[in-house]
Structures are given as structure tokens and as C-alpha cells.
Write a protein that binds this ligand. Structure first.
Ligand SMILES: *[C@@H]1O[C@H](CO)[C@@H](O)[C@H](O)[C@H]1NC(C)=O
Ligand SMILES: *[C@@H]1O[C@H](CO)[C@@H](O)[C@H](O)[C@H]1NC(C)=O
Ligand SMILES: *[C@@H]1O[C@H](CO)[C@@H](O)[C@H](O)[C@H]1NC(C)=O
Ligand SMILES: *[C@@H]1O[C@H](CO)[C@@H](O)[C@H](O)[C@H]1NC(C)=O
Ligand SMILES: *[C@@H]1O[C@H](CO)[C@@H](O)[C@H](O)[C@H]1NC(C)=O
Ligand SMILES: *[C@@H]1O[C@H](CO)[C@@H](O)[C@H](O)[C@H]1NC(C)=O
Ligand SMILES: *[C@@H]1O[C@H](CO)[C@@H](O)[C@H](O)[C@H]1NC(C)=O
Length: 282
């Protein structure tokens, strides 16, 4: 049997612990005060030397001045970009991104937090975080940004060569791509024995010009030159007939997948609160 003194002692201890827990929770709410919101990013690729977009969307909020957008990069101290109270705040921006970033300010109200990055460099590749605070809550999502070089191929008839040949050229690729030829008539044929591909380093010593020559081609056939690396895939088609030359080309980025992030921590707080109230009443 516990004495009255022991019961009072343990009750006081219990109440102290419960109150302390409740205070921690209340402080937690004071800091967060909010739910989490959904933020979605899309894996994207940047073409060296050109402008790129890191795509991010969030649940829109009509309280425009409460919206804070922060872009961060793994391994980089400071921010890539910050937008708050309706304008850019670049006071904490890392120098690597100085003068190169912007958000689409008129699109923020509809939940577009995408970042425009000027003059993309190879070193811009990495993991970025899109972090959003609105009057409804906060959330973040990561984005894998790949950088390289990719460009459309152009195919021409190579009149200089002794046999009938086609010459496929694309000015900028990095990393070094694979090049393959195909034809509509000889479906599934392997042209590696009758073609010759070379890569010439461009003047900035990173990207390369791709040149591939296909020998012994026949008229009235459609040939395709396919260039591919881990970032992009490009195809050029050519058909030479007696009267005309038809061309077509297309470029496609690989692995554009979306990633979504919702932080569950504050959802846990909401379920803990009724429990702690229950414990306090007990
Ligand atoms: C955000 O807005 C820009 C500019 O209008 C647009 O290019 C981009 O595609 C938009 N991004 C998303 C994810 O909607
Ligand atoms: C043919 O040779 C000339 C002179 O060497 C060159 O300027 C031209 O680009 C070549 N054409 C093709 C299709 O290779
Ligand atoms: C084509 O043949 C070469 C060897 O002649 C081989 O290395 C290559 O893998 C083949 N390509 C395809 C797509 O079968
Ligand atoms: C092109 O065809 C001719 C005659 O059929 C042959 O002698 C030559 O080796 C071929 N060229 C290539 C690169 O295969
Ligand atoms: C392929 O092209 C390179 C450079 O244009 C040339 O040096 C080489 O001899 C060619 N090889 C064949 C098999 O045609
Ligand atoms: C590219 O490399 C060559 C030889 O290695 C060098 O002379 C040249 O300065 C380099 N160019 C740039 C832009 O780095
Ligand atoms: C190519 O096709 C056209 C029309 O379809 C035909 O008149 C011509 O004879 C063909 N040429 C060859 C070399 O097959």
C-alpha cells in the first residue's frame, strides 16, 4: 500500500511531466503554427551556357505577401534565391548564383515557384530544395538538377564523299553521346560498319561537336541519326528523293519525373495534442 505522501509525490511528478510535454507541444505550435503544404518539383536538365528552369509548384495562397520561396542547394552555404513579401531578397544569396537567378513573380500567386537560372554551368548540377512558407503552412521538395549539353542534329547529303553519303552534325553535346543510324527500308539493320562518328572538342573544352557520316545510302529511303546521352535524346531524319530533300528533327529530355514532398512532423503534433489533453485530464 502506498502512503498518501507517496501518492501525492508521484501525482506531482506525473503532472509536471505532462505539463512539460504540453508546454513543448504548445511552443512547437507557436513556432510552426501551421499545417504542412504540398510542394512538387520536377527533375530537370540544364544546357550549359543557356538559361534553365528549375521547376517547383506549391498549393496556391491568396495572401501574396505571406509567401516565402527559398531555393537551396546541397553543399552550398547560403541561399540560391529568396523571394518574400512580394519581392526578391538576395541578402543571403551565395555568390555562385549572383545575378543569375529569378522567380516568375507574376506566377507566384498561382503556386509557381520555379527558378530561372541564367547561363547554366556544369557545376550547377546537384540536389536543390524548393522550400515554401505560406499563410497555410510550409513544405519543401528536392530536385535533382542535371547539367550537360544537347542540341538538334542536322543531316545533309555529303556531296564531297565518293559514295553517296549522309552527314549528321550536332554542334554541342556533353557528356559524350552514343550515335546510331537507322533506316526505314533496312529496318533493324546495324549501320556501325558503314558509318563513322567523331567528336570534336569545342573551344570552351567541355562540350563537343558530333559528326557522323553514313556511307552507301540509297535514294527514296528515310535515314535517322540518333544521338543520346544520359540527359537527352535527339533524332534527325532525312529522305532524299529525285526531286526533293525532306528533313525533320526532334530533341527529348530523359527522366523528367516529379517528386512530391509533404512534411509529416506537424501532422504528428495534431494527433499528440488530444492524447496529452487526455493525459492531463486523467
Ligand atoms: C512557371 O511559370 C513560367 C513562366 O510563365 C513557366 O515557364 C513555367 O513553365 C511555369 N512552371 C510551372 C511548373 O508551371
Ligand atoms: C565539302 O567540302 C567543302 C570544302 O572542303 C566544305 O566546305 C563543305 O562543308 C563540305 N561539305 C560537306 C557536306 O561536308
Ligand atoms: C552493331 O555491330 C557492332 C559490331 O559490328 C556492335 O558492336 C554493336 O553493338 C551493334 N549494334 C547494335 C545496335 O546491334
Ligand atoms: C559502299 O559500297 C561499295 C560498293 O558496294 C563498297 O565497295 C564499299 O566498301 C562500301 N562502303 C562502305 C563504307 O561500306
Ligand atoms: C573516320 O573519320 C575520321 C575523321 O574524320 C578519319 O580519320 C577516319 O579515317 C575515318 N574512319 C573510317 C573507317 O572511315
Ligand atoms: C582548351 O584547352 C586548350 C589545350 O588544352 C588550351 O590551350 C585552351 O586555352 C583551353 N581553352 C579554354 C577556354 O579553357
Ligand atoms: C524514287 O521514287 C520515285 C517516286 O516514288 C520514283 O519515280 C523513282 O524511280 C524512285 N527512284 C529510285 C532510284 O528508286
Amino acid at each position: 500500500m502506498a502512503t498518501l505522501g507517496q501518492i501525492i509525490f508521484w501525482s506531482v511528478i506525473n503532472i509536471t511531466i505532462i505539463l512539460a510535454g504540453a508546454i513543448v507541444l504548445i511552443i512547437g505550435f507557436g513556432i510552426s503554427g501551421k499545417h504542412s503544404i504540398t510542394v512538387t518539383t520536377f527533375t530537370s536538365a540544364g544546357n550549359i551556357g543557356e538559361d534553365g528552369i528549375l521547376s517547383c509548384t506549391f498549393e496556391p495562397d491568396i495572401k501574396f505577401n505571406d509567401i516565402v520561396i527559398q531555393w537551396l542547394k546541397e553543399g552550398i552555404m547560403g541561399l540560391v534565391h529568396e523571394f518574400k513579401a512580394g519581392r526578391d531578397d538576395l541578402s543571403h544569396q551565395h555568390e555562385m548564383f549572383r545575378g543569375r537567378t529569378s522567380v516568375f513573380a507574376d506566377q507566384v500567386i498561382v503556386g509557381n515557384a520555379s527558378l530561372r537560372l541564367k547561363n547554366v554551368q556544369l557545376t550547377d548540377a546537384g540536389t536543390y530544395q524548393c522550400y515554401i512558407i505560406t499563410s497555410k503552412g510550409k513544405g519543401n521538395a528536392n530536385l535533382e538538377y542535371k547539367t550537360g549539353a544537347f542540341s538538334m542534329p542536322e543531316i545533309n547529303v555529303d556531296y564531297n564523299d565518293s559514295s553517296e553519303s549522309l552527314r549528321c552534325e550536332a554542334p554541342r553535346w556533353f557528356p559524350q553521346p552514343t550515335v546510331a543510324w537507322a533506316s526505314q527500308v533496312d529496318h533493324g539493320a546495324n549501320f556501325s560498319e558503314v558509318s563513322n562518328t567523331s567528336f570534336e572538342l569545342n573551344s570552351e573544352n567541355v562540350t563537343m561537336k558530333v559528326v557522323s557520316v553514313l556511307y552507301n545510302v540509297t535514294i527514296n529511303n528515310t535515314y535517322s541519326c540518333m544521338i543520346e546521352n544520359n540527359i537527352a535524346k535527339a533524332t534527325g531524319d532525312i529522305k532524299v528523293t529525285d526531286s526533293e530533300i525532306k528533313r525533320r528533327s526532334q530533341l527529348q529530355l530523359l527522366n523528367s519525373k516529379a517528386s512530391m514532398g509533404v512534411s509529416f512532423f506537424f501532422a504528428v503534433c495534431w494527433t499528440l495534442l488530444p492524447i496529452s489533453t487526455y493525459l492531463m485530464l486523467k
